[in-house]
Design a protein around this ligand. Structure first.
Ligand SMILES: [Zn+2]
Length: 115
């Protein structure tokens, strides 16, 4: 579960708590939001704006990226979400070669056991 209080505090984003939601200023409404109309569910049910129904979603990556004005990749990292697609090529190559050598060892052991 995402610790929104900590995330928002650390980034100096004003918020208020109410039951199972945390409310912040809606980044998409901008100046039109005179209060804190963007509710974030602390139960993982997504987020939504009380002023504009289009300002809602399930992706916490998208929300955090917008709130902190960072990239999706940075938001993923902050949320501790790792995707295979985000692995640098080097990492992937290293992992593939590790799998390949492990496979080779297994085969060798099999050969040795038989010999
Ligand atoms: Zn809004």
């Amino acid at each position: 579960m995402i610790d929104w209080i900590q995330l928002l505090s650390r980034n100096s984003i004003p918020y208020r708590e109410e039951r199972h939601n945390i409310y912040v200023h809606c980044i998409w409404c901008g100046a039109a939001d005179q209060g804190m109309h963007l509710g974030i569910s602390t139960r993982g049910a997504g987020w939504g704006c009380w002023r504009n129904k289009r300002h809602r979603g399930k992706s916490y990556i998208r929300l955090l990226a917008a709130l902190l004005r960072i990239s999706d990749a940075q938001a993923r990292a902050l949320l501790g979400i790792r995707g295979e697609a985000l692995l640098p090529d080097n990492d992937l190559r290293t992992r593939f070669s590790a799998v390949r050598s492990a496979d080779r060892c297994a085969r060798l052991r099999w050969v040795c056991a038989r010999a």
